[in-house]
Design a protein around this ligand. Structure first.
Ligand code: M6P
Ligand code: ZN
Length: 182
């Protein structure tokens, strides 16, 4: 029997390697609009590695990803991903936190918003009709491994139109949830 190498492996730093691995780097200027008091510099805020064996986005195929969110603060507001609903609201997703500390912000279609605590080993089931955003509340990188259906799609517009109800800030060691005026 032929034994093949996996198409994706984690290197000694835990970073995905392989021909089919795509790396996307997000700079602050792409997410500055999310913050109440944006910074004026342009640090790297998060990286997303994605991997799939599927050549198309047909139902039943899967994607895997790793998001690394930096501990970057904007006047006390914690670094966050853009956040999205799935275009296909039937597609759920798993998040597994492997390093760091943070929050998984969740929101239903009515705007109701709540959070789950992310810490190494926490596994999060995201229902298909819930928007999701990762937030780094710590002082080190936050690592989140994810698995979702290839045909889920990203609906960022719905979150831009109706933002998650809370901003997450840190004052000293205290995490603060600030309700938006919306
Ligand atoms: C996870 C998955 C990806 C997503 C990424 C960053 O890895 O949910 O699909 O792209 O997080 O989140 P966002 O696209 O909202 O910036
Ligand atoms: Zn998703």
């Amino acid at each position: 029997m032929e034994v093949r190498n996996a198409s994706c492996t984690l290197d000694r730093f835990g970073l995905p390697q392989g021909k089919k691995v795509l790396k996307t780097v997000r700079e602050y200027r792409e997410t500055a609009y999310l913050y109440e008091n944006p910074r004026t510099d342009n640090p790297l805020v998060y990286e997303v590695y994605t991997f799939t064996e599927a050549e198309d986005q047909k139902a039943g195929s899967l994607c895997w990803g790793l998001t690394i969110l930096k501990p970057v603060y904007s006047a006390g507001e914690c670094n966050m991903t853009k956040g999205h609903f799935h275009r296909n609201r039937e597609c759920a997703e798993f998040y597994l936190c492997t390093k760091g500390q943070g929050l998984l912000l969740l929101m239903d279609e009515s705007g109701k918003t709540w959070a789950e605590e992310m810490k190494p080993g926490s596994l999060h089931y995201i229902h298909g009709d819930h928007a999701h955003r990762s937030i780094n509340t710590g002082n080190e990188d936050l690592w989140i491994s994810a698995c979702w259906p290839s045909d889920a799609g990203h609906d960022y517009a719905a979150v831009e139109e109706r933002e998650f109800r809370y901003r997450v800030k840190k004052h000293g060691d205290e995490i603060i949830f600030e309700e938006r005026n919306i």
